[in-house]
Design a protein around this ligand. Structure first.
Ligand SMILES: O=CN(O)C[C@@H](CC1CCCC1)C(=O)N1NCCC[C@H]1C(=O)Nc1ccccn1
Ligand code: NI
Length: 184
């Protein structure tokens, strides 16, 4: 199971590299990687467990964040009460279409791989269609909006060597165009 010491931090070149496409059939190593990425999210979101292992709770984790430069990311987005909005391992994910409308988390973003806080709106698409392969190798297409869409864009960015603060406007960090949506 990954601990915080296993999370690659900003400055490590693997976070700025373009990750390699995952080949099917999945190797045993890739199956284990998918399991471990999702396991981190599940354990980190459990109050007792995350205290026991000192994990920062996460809703997404991309392979480069554990030092593996491959196109794979796990997402576990909780909904209201104990519901789950999205739980998936995205393999070779690509945003194939997006809304013109922008969105940003009103609180800004963080990253398990970036220890310092970087203030400002991380301007993203409000709605996206993502094509990816699941663990079984089936090609899937999902349409996402608001928070789940933000999370998936953050993870797909990691596979392209992009970090959230790359999207923050240095001069006007809290500027959002009038049509843009702020997500709480
Ligand atoms: O690439 C992946 N990462 O870097 C983990 C990030 C991914 C999210 C950041 C913004 C959109 C996706 C992550 O999850 N966080 N960022 C740093 C600390 C907080 C934590 C977080 O938002 N936790 C959370 C939120 C709601 C419910 C439970 N936990
Ligand atoms: Ni991140």
């Amino acid at each position: 199971m990954y601990l915080m010491k296993d999370i690659t931090r900003d400055g490590d070149p693997v976070l700025r590299a373009r990750a390699k496409k995952v080949q099917f059939p999945l190797s045993e190593a890739d199956k284990q990687l998918a399991h471990d990425l999702m396991e981190y999210l599940v354990v980190s979101q459990d109050e007792e467990e995350n205290k026991k292992y000192h994990l920062r709770p996460g809703v997404g984790l991309a392979a480069p964040q554990v030092g593996v430069s491959e196109c794979m990311a796990a997402v576990l987005v909780p909904g209201p009460d104990d519901s789950i909005l999205l739980k998936e391992v995205l393999i070779n994910p690509v945003v194939i279409s997006n809304s013109v409308q922008d969105a940003a988390l009103s609180e800004g973003e963080g990253c398990l791989s970036v220890d310092q806080d970087v203030e400002g709106y991380v301007v993203r698409h409000d709605r996206i269609t993502v094509r990816y392969q699941n663990l079984a190798g089936e090609t899937k297409k999902i349409r996402l909006k608001n928070y789940p869409a933000i999370v998936c864009q953050h993870e797909i960015d990691h596979l392209n060597g992009i970090l959230f603060y790359d999207h923050i406007n240095k001069k006007t960090p809290f500027k959002m165009d009038p049509e843009g949506i702020l997500i709480d």
